[in-house]
Write a protein that binds this ligand. Structure first.
Ligand code: 13P
Ligand code: SF4
Length: 303
């Protein structure tokens, strides 16, 4: 059944000149029919270069908005209209405009998990894989980092020469990973390397052998000689790795580490997008798009 739907999707995709992009947190059956899978930085950079006229983004809304900002001539469809990122909804343009007034000499660095509207007033965007490098290179000594205080705190430790102001935003899925649970897992699997996403809380991140984006974690494992890994991010990364590296052992921090928004998209949703019966076409006011594009262009220039 899954194979049949996948076959029909691949056929429709070719016939209609459609590119399917899938974030690393998508289910395996969706990654299998995608033209390209990766972390949010790789997807953003790739989306601007694909030759197809239509892009289906299997991910969350801010990722589809980023494609539209970079490639306005393309028809961009979010695979499931309900797939938002709660962290991206935590801070809005009006609130951050007020915060900016309190910190006029700070550059505003926005995690890419923000709305297009909020991006219009930020200086530069970052992703989990590019945040440290970009904050180092940025021509500013004072940084207001929004919205994720866990990623912000990790970056601040890596860039001690700069002053950081953090606000209290973050990812509800990664917040489920606690230090006590990690210590339990480390005791149970003493030879396992600990790999975590920087959206985890600092008391979890401090125990990690590697801190990186979703693709960073996957690449670390593929290049490693080690055989056992504790995975501190959404469950799909441990699943993907177990599938790709059957000779290695992966211990997800918890079976509940599921991002409901990333998991909202099903294979049938993608099929519906290709048939024109499902999905949400992203539209954007041109002035807003151009303003939001500035901080994404800056991310690509520095990243
Ligand atoms: P990546 O940049 O690692 O893909 O992360 C995006 C995300 O939403 C993680 O929760
Ligand atoms: Fe947003 Fe967290 Fe889901 Fe990533 S895992 S999309 S940050 S809610």
């Amino acid at each position: 059944m899954i194979k049949d739907i996948q076959k029909q999707i691949l056929k429709l995709k070719e016939e209609n000149d459609v590119c399917i992009l899938a974030h690393s947190y998508m289910a395996q059956e969706i990654k299998e029919i995608a033209d390209f899978t990766g972390d949010s930085y790789a997807l953003a950079v790739k989306s601007a270069k694909v030759p197809q006229k239509t892009v289906i983004m299997c991910g969350v809304r801010f990722m589809a908005e980023t494609v539209k900002i970079l490639a306005p001539e393309k028809k961009v469809i979010l695979s499931n209209p309900d797939a938002g990122c709660p962290m991206a909804e935590q801070m809005d343009k009006e609130t951050i405009s007020l915060v900016k007034e309190q910190y006029p000499d700070y550059a505003v660095v926005a995690y890419i998990n923000t709305t297009a509207s909020l991006k219009t007033i930020c200086d530069v965007c970052v992703t989990s894989s590019s945040a440290v490098e970009i904050c180092k290179k940025l021509d500013a000594d004072k940084i207001l980092f929004i919205p994720d205080c866990n990623l912000g705190s990790y970056v601040a430790k890596q860039v001690p020469e700069k002053e950081f102001k953090l606000l209290h935003g973050g990812c509800p899925t990664h917040a489920k990973i606690s230090e006590s649970k990690l210590l339990e897992a480390m005791e149970k699997h003493p030879n396992a390397k600990v790999l975590v996403h920087p959206e985890c809380q600092p008391d979890v991140v401090q125990h990690a052998d590697y801190v990186g984006s979703t693709s960073g974690i996957v690449n670390f494992v593929k290049q490693s000689e080690d055989k056992e890994f504790i995975i501190g991010t959404e469950i799909s990364i441990a699943e993907e790795l177990q599938y790709a590296c059957p000779d290695k052992q992966f211990y997800p921090m918890s079976k509940d580490l599921i991002c409901p928004n990333m998991k909202a998209t099903t294979l049938m949703d993608v099929y519906g997008c290709l048939k024109g019966t499902f999905g949400d076409e992203i539209t954007m006011d041109e002035e807003k798009r151009l303003q939001a594009k500035k901080c994404i262009d800056e991310m690509i220039r520095l990243g």
